[in-house]
Design a protein around this ligand. Structure first.
Ligand code: AMP
Length: 283
């Protein structure tokens, strides 16, 4: 696996790959990698691409500076994992390569309600920061296919909308959430859970699964209220459980109201904020 720190070096390698008739599959990450991230690389390789991953802890998408400071960084382990998974190239740029002084990298897009609901309520500015860095990385890599996890469902929905609005010639591939054996969605943040909270955290997935079985029988608002209560009873501090349409992210009240229904949640387990989701009905 090749490791690039400079945009120009990565781009000359990509140009050579293209000249040799190979396509590029791209998986952007913030590092502290685990098997969920590896799934993105595996799917990119399965689809026959030269696979490029990036590790960049993007300062502009953290609304809480403490969260940025505490974000785990495990570069040696990340490199070993990517190498063993067969990643072809890793881009690990310093901040000034991604945001060069004097160069305009900001984007002005109206995501309508997409960045205002759910995570948008609790992490103001987060999605504009995320969309800006993903746009900048796509502008550097120009992949044929972009691999993102279902785990961050709202993020993926907003990136889908950005690709559509800007008519970027990129296929977005949603990779299923990789979970621990007890159901907890793999996350870089899990390593910060106390043993007690690690034991409780699978209740998030259990609650989403329960909500999925209720959805055909009861209105979503009642399920959401009970799901919040189940999370609280388990010792978690939920911020929201929202059952929404998978494209517009607007609330769905009844099973027949939408062809694509997803339940999304965020809950604190001690000091660690976890998110997860479950697709109830897919197009
Ligand atoms: P992050 O490094 O957390 O920003 O995540 C980078 C990419 O990996 C995003 O597209 C995430 O949705 C994806 N990802 C993170 N955790 C998982 C997981 N457990 N399963 C599948 N994809 C994941």
């Amino acid at each position: 696996m090749l490791i690039f720190k400079k945009v120009a070096d990565l781009q000359s390698w990509i140009a050579a790959e293209r000249a040799a008739g190979r396509s590029i599959g791209f998986a952007p990450t913030m590092g502290a990698l685990h098997d969920g991230h590896m799934e993105l690389v595996r799917l990119s390789r399965r689809d026959g691409h030269s696979s490029v991953a990036s590790i960049f802890v993007n300062p502009t998408q953290f609304n809480d500076p403490k969260d940025l400071e505490k974000y785990p960084r495990t570069p040696e382990k990340d490199i070993a994992l990517l190498h063993d998974t067969g990643c072809d190239a890793l881009f690990m740029p310093p901040v000034e390569e991604v945001y060069p002084a004097g160069e305009k990298v900001s984007i002005h897009l109206d995501f309508r309600q997409l960045d205002e609901v759910m995570e948008g309520v609790f992490r103001p500015g987060h999605f504009i920061g995320m969309a800006t860095v993903v746009h900048r990385l796509l502008d550097i890599v120009h992949p044929q296919s972009l691999y993102m996890g279902q785990k961050d469902f709202q993020q993926l929905t907003i990136v889908r909308d950005m690709i559509r609005q800007l008519q970027m010639p990129i296929e977005l591939v949603m990779c299923p959430t990789v979970r621990e054996p007890d159901g907890l969605a793999m996350s870089s943040r899990n390593m910060r859970l106390s043993p007690d909270m690690r034991a409780v955290a699978p209740v998030i997935y259990q609650t989403l699964t329960w909500a999925g079985t209720e959805m055909r029988r009861r209105p979503a608002s009642a399920i959401q209220t009970e799901a919040m209560e189940r999370l609280r009873q388990a010792g978690l501090r939920p911020e929201y459980v929202d059952i929404v349409d998978g494209i517009s992210l607007l609330p769905v009240e009844h099973w027949d109201d939408s062809d694509f229904i997803v339940a999304c949640t965020a809950a604190f387990a001690g000091e660690v904020r976890l998110i997860d989701n479950s697709v109830f009905k897919e197009m």
